[in-house]
Ligand binder design. Structure first.
Ligand SMILES: [Zn+2]
Length: 229
């Protein structure tokens, strides 16, 4: 649906009673409307919110500009658990990729597949770390996932399935430990309350009173957790 300069994708949901507007990380906008809401009413509602939506989109685009463009060259900084390590491409390295002191050492022959090699590293290092932190927070939240996975999740940091599997984007492991903890608490709480209801946020707050700080960080700086453009 076209509203002023905005193209808004309108989705329908049987569960929704009101119209909600989402501004995605890339600046695209979508709206979720109740299943039986007519087109005219949706248009009216979106037009009323046009100014605010535009403001948020502009803000999102400014944040995206802060996005770091990384290349796999010597000296380029890459993240692991909130710390920055400079890349060193070594012809004599034995492992595909490892952290040695303050460097990410990438085996020269892995350079053509550098991105895949990094993703593999994040997944391999990230899984045991997440398992340990989840065991800790499971007790506090009172829920335990059936399994956890580190996968490519597109525009999402994490998600959980009706079978109580928690999926994390492999990018999460680039964030500092507090942010990872917040993502864990958020998803574990979804095993209790699937929607972002009042009870959901109250429950997150009870485990992590300063969660808003991490939520804001992800909103403002989440784009920096990236391997490329
Ligand atoms: Zn959520």
């Amino acid at each position: 649906m076209r509203i002023g300069d905005l193209d808004i994708e309108v989705k329908r949901s049987k569960r929704r009673k009101t119209i909600t507007v989402n501004i995605e990380r890339d600046g695209s906008v979508n709206a979720v409307a109740p299943f039986d809401c007519d087109e005219g009413a949706i248009r009216k509602e979106l037009e009323a919110r046009e100014y605010l939506i535009c403001k948020h989109v502009a803000n999102r685009k400014a944040v995206n500009k802060a996005h770091i463009n990384r290349n796999f060259v010597n000296g380029q900084a890459f993240l692991f658990m909130g710390k920055s390590y400079n890349l060193f491409i070594s012809e004599t390295a034995k492992k595909s990729l490892e952290i040695v002191d303050d460097k990410f050492v990438l085996k020269g022959s892995c350079l053509p597949k550098a991105k895949e090699t990094f993703i593999k590293f994040y997944k391999k290092q990230g899984l045991p770390y997440l398992q340990e932190r989840i065991a800790h927070f499971s007790e506090l939240v009172g829920r335990t996932p059936t399994s956890i996975r580190l996968i490519e999740l597109g525009g999402h940091w994490a998600s959980c399935t009706p079978q109580h599997t928690i999926n994390f984007h492999w990018k999460c492991i680039m964030a500092k430990p507090e942010i990872i903890d917040y993502l864990i608490v958020h998803e574990l709480t979804h095993l209790k309350y699937p929607q972002h209801t009042r009870q959901f946020w109250d429950s997150v707050f009870s485990v992590m009173p300063n969660y808003k700080e991490y939520e804001n960080w992800l909103h403002d700086y989440g784009v920096t957790l990236s391997l490329d453009s």
